[in-house]
Design a protein around this ligand. Structure first.
Ligand SMILES: NC(=O)c1ccc[n+]([C@@H]2O[C@H](COP(=O)([O-])OP(=O)(O)OC[C@H]3O[C@@H](n4cnc5c(N)ncnc54)[C@H](OP(=O)(O)O)[C@@H]3O)[C@@H](O)[C@H]2O)c1
Length: 341
């Protein structure tokens, strides 16, 4: 008989929590024990996540009444996760946090970017940065992960193979509205958000700190809110320390990602979608990466595309769980995306 692995989701009425529930419910080896929400307490999951109608009978429970489980996903806002983590780790051997609270390992760096002291600094560094492509072995040892920021994911995965040959790097990211979470604001109101190409945090986006920590490169990054619900498209302009040839670019990509199940190189000379396109990978856990080399060989333009709620959050978190469980990392993440969409 199959022994089920028990899983709970705290912060389960939000967008990331909903994606985590959808992913967990596809798996026969997992039992979804609890999904918490204060605002939807006692309601069926499909009141917050209508796509899950008929997929489960469970109802939202209180975040203050947690049962003990094998794996706990925390999808709380940053700050809340931080203040509750000492308690959360008593309820599960394995905790995977999707907030920003445990991604940075240095308390001083956390304070600089989040404006206050970390409330459980002794736990910083006990959550490996949740990109299996970079930290698979550490996750297996520590049994935890801090899933990365969504924009940071698109930048880090595009830059990582080239970090040692990079001089100055400019990252230009376009992002969909679901990245801001479920709570409406003036700037997310439909007449204000629809149709925009609106820059935000043009010089000091917090994910810059994660990119620096993981790649050693302090990128100049700007993010634009654009007309998408899901998805991130990032263009990296990488000044190269020395000119390189195209075969070297391929060599670095294949050497870094040749065996990675969710990284695909997208660079075609024919067809409509010659470079990575977020629309095509909605709902999937892929990070598509493409490139073009300046004819002078001194500037590499790298493109990356992800679904912010999948490879940028819940998908990555489930991939981390699979790493820790020691099962196939693709489990529950087989969806290929849709075309046309
Ligand atoms: N959206 C993205 O693309 C994305 C990508 C990467 C990482 N993240 C991170 O993932 C986390 C979740 O993001 P999201 O977009 O799902 O946010 P969200 O839609 O705003 O959902 C937040 C969830 O946390 C719950 N919550 C809020 N304050 C709480 C508290 N003090 N105690 C207990 N529960 C509380 C809310 O539940 P109730 O109000 O119903 O109680 C809700 O279920 C955030 O830390 C975010 O930064 C998001």
């Amino acid at each position: 008989m199959l022994t089920l692995t028990s899983v709970s989701i705290i912060g389960g009425s939000g967008y990331v929590g909903g994606e985590l529930a959808r992913l967990v419910l596809t798996r026969e080896d997992l039992e979804l024990v609890q999904v918490t929400s204060e605002s939807a307490l006692g309601e069926h999951l499909h009141t917050a996540h209508p796509n899950l109608r008929g997929r489960t009978d469970i109802r939202f429970t209180s975040p203050t009444e947690l049962k003990n489980v094998d794996y706990l996903f925390s999808a709380l806002p940053h700050g809340s996760s931080n203040s509750r983590m000492r308690e959360l780790i008593t309820h599960a051997k394995h905790v995977i946090d999707t907030s920003a609270d445990f991604r940075l390992t240095d308390p001083a760096v956390y304070k600089k970017w989040y404006g206050k002291d970390h409330s459980s600094p002794e736990l910083l560094g006990t959550f490996p940065y949740g990109l299996p492509e970079l930290h698979r072995e550490d996750m297996k040892v520590k049994g935890r992960a801090a899933a990365p920021g969504c924009v940071a994911t698109s930048i880090i995965l595009g830059l990582y193979p080239f970090r040692n040959i990079a001089g100055r790097v400019i990252a230009d990211s376009k992002i969909g509205s679901s990245a801001a979470g479920k709570t409406p604001s003036d700037s997310s109101h439909h007449p204000e958000r629809s149709g925009v190409i609106r820059p935000y945090a043009p010089v000091d986006h917090r994910h810059r700190a994660e990119v620096l920590q993981e790649t050693g490169v302090d990128v100049m990054m700007t993010v634009h809110a654009v007309e998408m619900v899901r998805g991130i498209s990032t263009t990296l302009h990488i000044e190269l320390k020395e000119p390189i040839a195209e075969k070297d670019v391929w060599g670095l990509l294949r050497g870094t990602y040749g065996k990675e199940p969710f990284i695909r190189v997208v660079r075609s000379s024919k067809g409509t979608f010659r470079y990575p396109e977020p629309k095509l990978i909605m709902g999937s856990n892929y990070c598509d990466i493409g490139f073009e080399l300046d004819p002078n060989g001194n500037r590499l333009v790298v493109f990356s595309a992800i679904d912010n709620l999948m490879k940028g959050a819940a998908g990555s978190a489930m991939q981390c769980m699979n790493v820790i469980m020691g099962c196939d990392e693709r489990k529950g993440l087989e969806f290929a995306g849709l075309h046309p969409i």
